[in-house]
Structures are given as structure tokens and as C-alpha cells.
Design a protein around this ligand. Sequence first.
Ligand SMILES: NC(=O)c1ccc[n+]([C@@H]2O[C@H](COP(=O)([O-])OP(=O)(O)OC[C@H]3O[C@@H](n4cnc5c(N)ncnc54)[C@H](OP(=O)(O)O)[C@@H]3O)[C@@H](O)[C@H]2O)c1
Length: 251
Amino acid sequence: MESEIQGCSVLVVGASAGIGRSAAKSFAAAGANVMAVGRREENLRSLADEVALKWCAADITEPNEPARIIAETIREFGGIDILVNVAAVSPMVLLSQASPEALLSVFNSNVVGPSQVCRSALAHLNQNAIVAFVSSETVGRPRRGLVPYGASKAALEELVNGWRVENPEFRFATVRVGATIGTDFGRDFGGDLLGECLNDWIKGGHLSANMMNPGDVGEALAETLAIGFLHPTVELTDFSLRPPGPLADLG
Ligand SMILES: NC(=O)c1ccc[n+]([C@@H]2O[C@H](COP(=O)([O-])OP(=O)(O)OC[C@H]3O[C@@H](n4cnc5c(N)ncnc54)[C@H](OP(=O)(O)O)[C@@H]3O)[C@@H](O)[C@H]2O)c1
């Protein structure tokens, strides 16, 4: 990966935990100039202690923050070669219980924020840039308790298709990720509802027997985008990173 990515500038939004943290580390370890973004400053500081990168603590749902993230990135690196949005929230709530505020909050984090970061970045994308958005394999296969999250990812994917239509000079990719354990993804999962939903997911064939770990997923994400960057005449549109093997069963 080093030869592909050495000296490139990479912005990872959602790099303070989980898959994004691992991707940012992989890019930086391979010699890229990396800007890592997330809300938790202490997590970004500890990431920067592990590997040489720049960081910017910011909440992409706040009105002026996407523009500030891009301004910081451009001040440090001058342009952007790879922008990957990994940031998302995944509150567990049944539709019958979901208030308008709850739904808007998920869509703000998972759709509006990532799109505004892309909007601010557009004028600063280098030639052959790739802009990737992490989605989920739950799109098109709604899971009890995670429908607002799944709906937000479906909206995100359609938005990526739209970014591609309106800006054909750049490459836009959707990356569908499958079950990954050991991230902060489940931090908003409620205990009782989770137990009830897990059975439902297994019965519905939604859960794989194996789970991936964020280290491997982040590395695979960074390496795949690096290969895509190396081949500017090839459009890297959509790909999935999911655990191999069978589905989980109740037995
Ligand atoms: N884990 C899974 O099983 C799984 C399955 C399918 C898809 N995915 C997708 O994979 C991606 C990464 O998930 P993960 O499991 O690594 O989750 P995670 O550990 O919760 O990481 C999410 C990242 O997004 C950041 N973030 C969230 N809201 C933000 C905001 N408003 N502004 C800035 N940063 C924000 C979080 O940091 P702060 O809290 O510090 O802001 C964190 O760095 C997500 O897009 C998720 O939907 C995960």
C-alpha cells in the first residue's frame, strides 16, 4: 500500500473509534497525510500518539463544522485525494416509538453531515480524488429496532449516486459494511430491546455467524481505496466488506 498512498492527503471523518480509527491508522502508517475527525478529542489525541497524523475535533451535524474541517485539512495539506466518511450513529428504537426529533437526529448524523462535508470539500478535491461513504448491509433488508439507521443509510447511498451524477469529474464510492464487533456501534443499543431484536434478526437471516473486527475492516477499507486511487481510469463505485461464512442460527 505504501507506494500507492505515500504523500497523498486523506481525510477520515469518524476516525475517533472503530473502523474509521483503524482506517486512519492504516493510511497514516502507509505514509499518507491524514486528517482524523471525530467529536471525542481525547480519542483523537490518543490516536495521534500512536501514529503520525493531524486531527480535528468536530461534530459534523453542527452548521459551520463541515466547512471548518475542510479549512483545517486544506491548511495542513493543500488539497484532498481521498475523503472517507465513516461517521454514523445507530440508535436502537422501534418506529412506533421514534419521535420526529429522534429520526431527524439520525439523518443529521448519517446523511446531512456527511453530505455537507463533501459539499465543503468539493472545491478542494485533487484530480482523481475518491470520495467514499461507509454504508451498511442492512440497506434493503430492514432490521427490527434499526430501521431509522437503515433508512438513513439507504438515503446516504442514493445521495452518493446523486453526487456522482452531478460531479462526474470525481469518483464517489459506497462501501457496504457487515457485522463488526469491538466498535462503539452498539453504544446506543438498549438492553431489553436488543435482546428482543437479536432473536428477530437471527430468525430473519440478518445476522452472520462470524463477525469482523475493526482493525481488519479499517485496513481492508484503506487498502481498497488506495488501490482505487492508483487506478484513476477505473471507477470504484460500490463494494462490500462483510464477514465470510454462514448466517447465525438460534441452535
Ligand atoms: N459495526 C458494525 O457492525 C457496522 C455494520 C455495518 C455498517 N457499519 C458502519 O461502519 C461505520 C463505522 O462504524 P463503527 O462500527 O466503527 O462505529 P463507531 O465505533 O461508533 O464509529 C463511529 C465514528 O463516527 C464518529 N461520529 C459519530 N457521529 C459523529 C459526528 N456527529 N461528528 C463527527 N464524528 C462522528 C464517532 O466518533 P465520536 O463519537 O467521537 O464523534 C466514531 O469515530 C459506520 O458508518 C457504521 O454505520 C458498522
